[in-house]
Write a protein that binds this ligand. Structure first.
Ligand code: PHE
Ligand code: FE
Length: 288
């Protein structure tokens, strides 16, 4: 159990795996880690994060300093899009996760990483979950996408295709890029909350950048514990919504079933390629 947070450990989670954030019990050091990470990311994200990310931070007053209090943040968020954020104890089962999303509840870790391990994350902490994910939940189309995704969980489970649906989440919600008039920008939470991947994903020579395609993404392996080898780029959140919520996945799951997967580094004939990466980072062994 990598979570060292005593306020988490002492609680018995509810049936839906939620716990109390107990905001009053964060230490000054914990608030300090948030502030350090916040400042660091705001610097690196200038000219890199999608404008909607900055808009969301502002709408939720996340720049006030200190770890956000979910009670206050939720008042604002709920008014904007009907979403709320709840704290959970560690990783939760897929069906519980899907069910929360389907009901416009985003689950977040309570704990925050240690001050001396700012870049090391054994599992998502509150900085990743809140700074990374919550700002886009203020944006109506993205908010609807996340709910539709949650509702889609049951169908994927019925087809035994959860892994394929998870890849969609991974390559959009966590590691997505978006085209803007000013150039490509980051909207994926896994990138937005990481100083080094913010630069690597947009400017690195190593990774591929290709246009988003639903079935292609659902067939592509990903890196769980290192920088991605391929990033998928959308033109708009509407495009993402249209390609996913806009169609029935039953026939897609049936078609993809048993098909071989693409490797995380593959480029496919005929797809729209923005950058053909050198893959030098992965070839050199990545973080390992
Ligand atoms: N339309 C998908 C289905 O029929 C559900 C879904 C929506 C999945 C949005 C992902 C994102 O299963
Ligand atoms: Fe995440």
């Amino acid at each position: 159990m990598p979570v060292q947070d005593p306020v988490v450990a002492e609680q018995t989670p509810a049936a839906d795996h939620s716990i109390d954030q107990c905001w009053d019990r964060y230490t000054p050091e914990e608030h300090g880690v948030w502030d350090t990470l916040y400042k660091r990311q705001m610097k690196v994200l200038q000219g890199r994060a999608a404008p909607e990310h900055f808009k969301g931070l502002e709408l939720l007053n996340l720049n006030e300093g200190g770890i956000p209090d979910f009670r206050r943040m939720n008042e604002k968020l709920e008014k904007l899009t009907g979403w709320t954020v709840i704290a959970v104890h560690g990783l939760i089962p897929n069906d519980v996760f899907f069910n929360h999303l389907a009901n416009r509840r985003f689950v977040a870790g309570r704990f925050i990483r240690d001050a001396d391990k700012l870049d090391y994350l054994p599992e998502p902490d509150i900085f990743h979950d809140v700074f990374g994910h919550v700002p886009l939940l203020t944006q109506p189309v993205f908010a609807d996408y996340m709910q539709a995704y949650g509702k889609g969980g049951a169908k994927a489970a019925k087809h035994d295709m959860i892994e394929n649906l998870t890849r969609l989440y991974w390559y959009t919600v966590e590691f997505g890029l978006i085209n803007t008039p000013e150039g490509q920008r980051i909207y994926g939470a896994g990138i937005v909350s990481s100083q080094s991947e913010s630069v690597f994903s947009l400017e690195g020579r190593s990774p591929n950048r290709v246009h988003f395609d639903l079935e292609r993404v659902m067939c592509t392996d990903y890196r769980y514990d290192d920088f991605q080898q391929t990033y998928f780029v959308i033109d708009s959140y509407e495009e993402l919504m249209e390609a996913t919520a806009g169609q029935d996945f039953d026939p897609i799951y049936a078609r993809l079933k048993g098909q071989p997967d693409f490797k995380a580094s593959d480029i496919i004939d005929g797809e729209k390629v923005y950058t053909r990466g050198t893959q030098e980072y992965a070839k050199a062994g990545g973080l390992a």
